[in-house]
Every structure is written in C-alpha cells, then in structure tokens.
Design a protein around this ligand. Structure first.
Ligand SMILES: [Fe+2]
Ligand SMILES: [Fe+2]
Length: 143
C-alpha cells in the first residue's frame, strides 16, 4: 500500500518544482501562468492537510488545538500571508512584486516540509491510512 508519507512527500516535491518554474519565469519578467499553477498547488496541499490529514490525526491522538498539527496550521497561515501577497501582485500584473516573497517563502517551506516529512507524516502513517482516506487525499491533491 502506498503510504501517506510517500504521497505527501511527492506532493512537496511537486510544489517545489512548480516553485522553481515560477521563479524562473518571474525572473524573466513573466510567469503569471506558472505562478498561478504554483499557488493553486500550494492551496490544495494545505487543504489536504488541514481538512483531511490533520483532523484525522487530531481525532486519533486527541490533540486538537495543540500539538504538532496546531504548529503546522500556524506555519501554513504564515505562508498563506506570503502566497496572498504574490496573488495580489499577480492580479496587478506586477511580476517584480510577485517575486519579492519568494526568498522568505522558500525558507519557510523547507523548514515546514522537513518537520512534516521527518516527524508528522511518519506518525500519521503509524495510525492512519486506509483506502478511503487515501482516495480522498488523491482527490484533493489533484484538484
Ligand atoms: Fe503543511
Ligand atoms: Fe505538507
């Protein structure tokens, strides 16, 4: 069976690739489409975690409103702030401004993803999974 950790790790890599493509395009003074694709993938990833995986984990462990998922939710909010700055800049066709949050965003993403990959996802894999959750996860990630 495919593990949650594997699926989510792959989606991190997918988002990282879209980040790189968007950055490259923005560097050349374009990249609206590429950046939009990146923003959508990030939104879907956060949604999959916040609406599916974290609640399942919180229910199992009884750690709601605290513990590792709460920290991850707070970090998502930090990243959402930067992502929405990018979206606003894109809406104004201001590619230079859209690039500005990238450096901070990359650092936050790397630190966040490592915590999930090394700690949270393996913990989830010990307790969660099953075809129903995996099916719903695939649905959300594919949009
Ligand atoms: Fe996350
Ligand atoms: Fe994640």
């Amino acid at each position: 069976m495919t593990s949650l950790a594997k699926v989510m790790h792959q989606d991190h890599q997918h988002c990282d690739q879209l980040f790189a493509t968007a950055e490259e395009a923005l560097d050349q003074g374009q990249g609206g489409e590429q950046t939009q694709r990146f923003l959508k993938a990030m939104a879907r990833h956060f949604l999959a975690e916040e609406e599916l995986l974290f609640p399942a984990f919180e229910e199992f462990t009884g750690m709601k409103g605290m513990g590792p998922t709460q920290v991850m939710r707070e970090e998502h909010q930090q990243m959402r702030g930067l992502l929405s700055q990018m979206q606003t800049a894109l809406d104004q066709n201001n590619f230079k401004a859209a690039k500005r949050p990238l450096e901070t965003l990359l650092i936050l993403m790397q630190q966040h993803n490592l915590k999930e990959e090394n700690i949270l996802y393996p913990m989830m894999d010990m307790h969660l999974g099953g075809p129903e959750l995996m099916g719903r996860l695939a649905q959300v990630l594919e949009g």
